[in-house]
Design a protein around this ligand. Sequence first.
Ligand SMILES: Nc1nc2c(c(=O)[nH]1)N(C=O)[C@@H](CNc1ccc(C(=O)N[C@@H](CCC(=O)O)C(=O)O)cc1)CN2
Ligand SMILES: Nc1nc2c(ncn2[C@@H]2O[C@H](COP(=O)(O)OP(=O)(O)OP(=O)(O)O)[C@@H](O)[C@H]2O)c(=O)[nH]1
Ligand SMILES: [Mg+2]
Length: 444
Amino acid sequence: MTDTIAAVASASGIGGVGVLRISGPLAPVIAQTLLGREPRERHAHYAAFRDADDALIDRGLLLAFRAPRSYTGEHVLELQTHGSPVVLRLLLARVIELGARHARPGEFSERAFLNGKLDLAQAEAVADLVASGSAAAARAAQRSLDGEFSQRVRALVEAVVRLRVWIEAAIDFPEDEIDFLAAPQLAADLAALRTRLDELLAAARRGVRLADGLHVVIVGRPNVGKSSLLNALAASERAIVTDVAGTTRDVLRETLDLDGIALTLVDTAGLREAADVVEREGIRRARAELERADLAILVSDDTHAQEDLALLSGLPADAARLVVHNKIDLAAAPPRVERRDGRLHLWLSATSGIGLDALVDELRRNAGAEEGDGAFSARARHVAALERARGHLALAADALQRQRAGELAAEELRQVQHALGEITGQFSSDDLLGEIFASFCIGK
Ligand SMILES: Nc1nc2c(c(=O)[nH]1)N(C=O)[C@@H](CNc1ccc(C(=O)N[C@@H](CCC(=O)O)C(=O)O)cc1)CN2
Ligand SMILES: Nc1nc2c(ncn2[C@@H]2O[C@H](COP(=O)(O)OP(=O)(O)OP(=O)(O)O)[C@@H](O)[C@H]2O)c(=O)[nH]1
Ligand SMILES: [Mg+2]
């Protein structure tokens, strides 16, 4: 028999109203004790919450849900008090006295998952929604919570199962096996599956960016105006700016909400051959930041761009997609934008602000602002599972098309199915569940 858990579900600190949530078999007994009679299911009762000595803790609302019609699928009780942390603590102590125990982080959602109310990707979306740092992130998490991502994963699983059934049937009739496995329809189905898996993988990668925010690193030689650019984008004097080359030594991070898009901007030490140990360490850190950047902005001082642009060859090609030609005010040049060798070059001035709007537009585009409707949130765990699924699908195709090895192909397809099932939690281990739910907040 499961035990009954309780936790404050509202944010810690003082608030208008505080919510205490209880889930498990004792919830109806606790409700009966606090209300003095049996509550009506899913009905707000105004109740006096009293302690064991009958002293009044608070008057508030009591709301009872009967299993399985609740968030967790168990009996649930909610007590809504005045938003005082002290009142909530006293009432929680009373509920513990009546037989509940403190819930671990994420335990309500874990129970919802275990009782089939949410699948694993949806439960993760609950946490991503709570943590969302921008309107776009919240909308994307909401779509995953609504099951948009899970449904696409499930549809792929169904397609994989259909292929497996076909191939396994072929194995059962060895004399026809080769003909079966060589059927054009099978090859076409496999190819279609690969395309859909690739599309889902790309969408999930965008989903991770939406949930986590775009990680943008500003690099360039000393004194080109990297810190000035960070300050201009953040609209605050976050970073120290001086005319001394080598001003920035450490990595500086700033999270921005660019019209509803979450963005982490990272300012770094200017790249050069430095003699000073501190500066050398700063440059090492700048390079480490580059390794994990979604996007790198190379800043060049437009008045001596040659040496600045030479750095491009040393930057990760997939990230280094933007080049900012700064300080155009010095030459009284107009702002402009030009696409060159697959990169976008922008002429602007960080200190005067001219041309900055084009950069902001480009950052928004990169952060997935244009995905608009249909974008859902995802996690690195999902991307890794989809990549694994893709690897096995490629092996399955190879087993069929080159080797005509039905058994091998069926086994690879089973692996594809397994990797996809890990996303929705159809296949999951206690370790994985522990890891996922431990990162939730208490009361969620
Ligand atoms: N007060 C309060 N507000 C909250 C929550 C909560 O637990 N308590 N939630 C918690 O995160 C979210 C809402 N989530 C919920 C999800 C399902 C059910 C529920 O009762 N489900 C039943 C009945 C569904 C129906 O009638 O359509 C069920 O699934 O069977 C309740 C809350 C956001 N707001
Ligand atoms: N005229 C003009 N000066 C600028 C512009 N952007 C930056 N500067 C100046 O250039 C100098 C260096 O700017 P920083 O932002 O500190 O440059 P940085 O790239 O961060 O330099 P390090 O941290 O030393 O690598 C400062 O004197 C800035 O005021 C610009 O758009 N126009
Ligand atoms: Mg700087």
